[in-house]
Design a binder for this molecule. Structure first.
Ligand SMILES: Nc1ncnc2c1ncn2[C@@H]1O[C@H](COP(=O)(O)OP(=O)(O)OP(=O)(O)O)[C@@H](O)[C@H]1O
Ligand SMILES: [Mg+2]
Length: 227
């Protein structure tokens, strides 16, 4: 699925140079679940941006099913992203003026899905994350955990191959954290997703079948046969 070779990302601001990724090689198979941890500023979010085609590496290649995303035109990259990759962020990133249903529908607009089908699929996605009763609510009328469920439904409604999550439980209290992890786990199984998640939560990291640690832009991966 993913094949990363020699990926570097250098940010330059005036005289200041930051090597956020300093040569990352990584293979991720279809249907894999990979958990990424590491100290703040280590490069976790930067790596996720490369995997999601939200940004391009300074050097190296980021192949998704044989296509190097680093070399695609902006238009093609946008297409690959909107068809194949779902994102969930720590700060839900919902549009405050749209209802839960409308927020989820936004993911289908770039794919040219017609209004009626959009409505049906968004409602089904919200139902699958346990929000069938909240379709007409605005984000401000939902709890944090419910808002994150909407964001998960929005990420999955297009039936992507890949789900990328950057500290999805970072803004939630403990009980909601477990709830959201259960939803993500269920979705991973149900959709047969390749699921890559950044987390600071060591109890989640402990249970991960495959655990990557990123420090100073360098990655190490450990297989955990017991998980
Ligand atoms: N747009 C940017 N411009 C300049 N420097 C950046 C930019 N984005 C990230 N960096 C720097 O790159 C390094 C890696 O940042 P990144 O956000 O990937 O870390 P992280 O591991 O996700 O940290 P955290 O756990 O705090 O989220 C940091 O030193 C950061 O300051
Ligand atoms: Mg980060």
């Amino acid at each position: 699925m993913y094949e990363l070779r020699g990926v570097t990302k250098r940010y330059t601001r005036g005289k200041e140079v930051v090597d956020a990724l300093a040569g990352v090689d990584l293979t991720i198979g279809s249907g894999d679940r990979l958990v990424i941890q590491g100290p703040t500023g280590g490069g976790k979010s930067t790596l996720l941006q490369m995997l999601g085609g939200l940004d391009r590496p300074t050097s190296g290649s980021v192949e998704l099913d044989g296509t190097d995303m680093a070399r695609l035109s902006e238009a093609k990259l946008t297409r690959v992203r909107s068809e194949n990759i779902g994102f969930v962020f720590q700060s839900f990133n919902l549009i405050p003026t749209l209802t839960a249903q409308e927020n989820v529908e936004t993911a289908l607009v770039p794919l040219g899905v017609k209004t009626k089908e959009r409505r049906e699929r968004a409602a089904a996605a919200l139902e699958s994350v346990g929000l069938a009763e909240r379709l007409g609510h605005l984000p401000a009328e939902l709890s944090g955990g419910q808002q994150q469920r909407v964001a998960i439904a929005r990420a999955l409604v297009k039936q992507p191959k890949v789900l990328l999550a950057d500290e999805p439980t970072g803004n939630l209290d403990e009980s909601m954290r477990d709830e959201i992890m259960d939803v993500l786990e269920a979705m991973w199984k149900e959709y047969g997703l390749t699921f890559i998640m950044v987390t600071h939560d060591s109890s989640i990291a402990k249970k991960a079948p495959r655990l990557a640690t990123i420090r100073k832009g360098r990655i190490t991966v450990k297989e955990n046969a017991g998980a």
